[in-house]
Design a protein around this ligand. Structure first.
Ligand SMILES: [Zn+2]
Length: 376
């Protein structure tokens, strides 16, 4: 962009919105640094998206301000020497625990502790309180955990992309042709790297997920990052097997669109797999290019044709087709019926006394043939 002015941001965002042809691709969340003109433009062009701020930027600003404002005269407090490094550590610890807390009640308590930690530096505290009033809903977990941000709470991705372009361009002078070529080379490499990670997610399934009912519907269909996140929640849920939503917090569901600990606990208890439909479509996307138009998507013709063809098939083949369809639609079920009652498997089998039992045999052993009775 020529200038980082609101009108430039508006034009850019309008063009971006045009590129997002599918409604399902509209961003649920937009993360920016605290550039007021950009934040205003985002609010106008993407009013349905939740505006978040990069907490890393806000934190860096605080730290910078803190180093300027928070100094004890002559490095002493109540006559005792205080190392500036220790003061920074104490306040930054209070800050970090405050922004990472999951509920508004815990945040309120942590805020009091933070104010207490900064009580010797009223100027700095005033700055933080004014800023927090404006940005707390955009950076603090107690609010952002309720938004589907899919793991994006910072602008780190954009920053690293920017740094990479600079690395490829070498310097700030160069004609259009040279810059075009260098950026093209960079994009080709990036494209290949992304394709490789997609390929790995489709073809490689880690040993820990193989032959495990919980993951049986996901292998090769969702990204490895998503599987890792589910595995983390699974280990959290295995500690308690708790199905209480309040204790779980369900952050993985609300913020990442993945199964959270309480959902996984239910699945484990019922011995059912996680279904693909229960994972946000963002994690299924393992190929490049535009998805087909969802609005016009239908399988009605295919289903009708399957039914027509089924009528003409011999009965055995009908059963086989039905089994394939069942595996597709209800992967957690089986065609086999459960036994009417539990068959005792422990203990030695009792000998059947055919004479004394007189037909009241309750054992699972077969009735001996007449020649066996004679021989014994
Ligand atoms: Zn949950």
């Amino acid at each position: 962009m020529t200038h980082e002015k609101e009108e430039n941001f508006v034009w850019d965002l309008k063009m971006l919105r045009k590129l997002l042809t599918l409604k399902m691709n509209m961003p649920k969340v937009i993360v920016t640094d605290r550039d007021m003109s950009l934040m205003k433009a985002v609010g106008n062009i993407f009013p349905e998206s939740y505006a978040m701020n990069c907490y890393f930027h806000v934190q860096a600003n605080f730290k910078q301000r803190f180093i300027l404002d928070c100094k004890y005269p002559l490095g002493k407090k109540d006559g005792k020497e205080v190392k500036p490094r220790d003061v920074v550590k104490k306040i930054m610890r209070a800050w970090k625990s405050m922004v990472e807390l999951p509920t508004q009640e815990l945040y309120a308590n942590a805020l009091v502790e933070f104010q207490d930690a900064c009580s010797d530096f009223p100027l700095f505290l005033n700055y933080v309180m004014t800023t927090l009033k404006e940005v707390k809903e955009k950076i603090v977990r107690a609010w952002t955990d309720h938004v589907l941000h899919l793991g994006c709470r910072t602008t780190k991705r954009v920053e690293s992309a920017h740094a990479l372009v600079k690395k490829y361009l070498d310097n700030s002078v160069g004609d259009l042709g040279t810059c075009w070529e260098k950026i093209h080379d960079m994009l080709v490499l990036q494209f290949t790297a992304i394709q490789t990670t997609f390929g790995q997610s489709v073809t490689v399934l880690e040993h820990r997920f193989k032959d495990v009912t919980l993951y049986s519907g996901l292998g090769g269909h969702v990204s490895r990052y998503a599987l890792d996140n589910i595995a983390l929640e699974e280990s959290r849920c295995r500690e308690t097997l708790c199905m209480d939503k309040e204790i779980c917090g369900c952050v993985q569901r609300t913020s990442y669109g993945l199964s959270c600990a309480c959902e996984i606990a239910t699945k484990i208890l019922e011995e059912k797999p996680i279904l693909l439909d229960e994972i946000h479509h963002h994690w299924h996307r393992l190929r490049m290019g535009e998805e087909s138009n969802v609005d016009g998507f239908s399988v009605e013709d295919e289903l009708k044709s399957i039914q027509e063809r089924l009528k003409k098939l011999p009965f055995q083949m009908k059963l086989e087709v039905k089994e394939v369809l069942r595996q597709l639609t209800f992967p957690e079920t089986t065609m086999m019926s459960p036994p009417p009652r539990k068959v005792p498997t422990k203990g030695a089998k009792k000998k059947v006394d055919i004479v004394s039992s007189k037909g009241k045999i309750t054992s699972t052993s077969r009735i001996p043939s007449s020649w066996e009775v004679v021989d014994s």
